[in-house]
Write a new protein. Structure first.
Length: 208
């Protein structure tokens, strides 16, 4: 993929305002430990960046879902939006969470992965249907609610909604990959497909 050049200046510590520096310090001393991705753009608006980083921390680290399930939802969202940076960061997080390379590679290739874990399949079905259509049918919504309660279905929807916002921000402003990281969705000098990827479902339906 051709190297991207960001479309907006990205605040650096030595040039940040006092307000930006307060948010920056909160980010790098928190669970993230570093400033990457959309927060680099959001720092132009410190109030937005502060609310953003707090919401992101909740949805990434403090939901009812173990990382294995939440990272699957994030990977699917990154693939749907063809977000290279979101994919690269969370592909690594998915491996740490225990998602197999085979599952990640299938999603990267826009193929339905083999999922032996019924809960992972439920996550896959929910995110795929919601991302592809903007809706979730009653039966699928009820299955997720039965498994994780109302809090779970609310948080799962929020995870994919939040990471859609992340993907839009990364794509719109062309936020570059961290130093030393290489693209994975569109390697070998391929230009990214700016259309949304249609996530494959099992047999064409979420309830097959």
């Amino acid at each position: 993929m051709a190297s991207q050049v960001t479309r907006i200046p990205l605040p650096e510590p030595e040039t940040m305002t006092v307000e930006q520096r307060v948010v920056f310090d909160a980010i790098v001393t928190g669970k993230r430990g570093t400033l990457v991705g959309p927060l680099r753009a959001a720092l132009h608006s410190p109030e937005l960046a502060n609310a953003w980083q707090k919401l992101g921390e909740v949805l990434r680290y403090n939901t009812v879902f173990p990382p294995k399930y939440s990272e699957l939802a994030i990977l699917l969202t990154a693939r749907r939006w063809n977000s290279e940076l979101e994919w690269v960061i969370h592909r690594e997080a998915a491996a740490v969470a225990g998602i197999s390379p085979q599952i990640c590679d299938a999603i990267r290739q826009n193929q339905a992965p083999d999922l032996d874990d019924p809960k992972m399949q439920l996550i896959y079905d929910y995110i795929t249907q919601l991302q592809n259509t903007g809706q979730v049918d009653a039966a699928l919504h009820a299955r997720v609610t039965k498994e994780w309660g109302a809090v779970g279905v609310v948080e799962l929807t929020a995870i994919t909604g939040y990471y859609s916002m992340v993907a839009m921000t990364l794509n719109a402003h062309r936020i570059p990959l961290p130093e030393g990281r290489t693209p994975e969705l569109y390697p070998d000098d391929q230009e990214p497909d700016h259309a949304l990827a249609v996530l494959p479902t099992r047999g064409g339906t979420s309830d097959a």
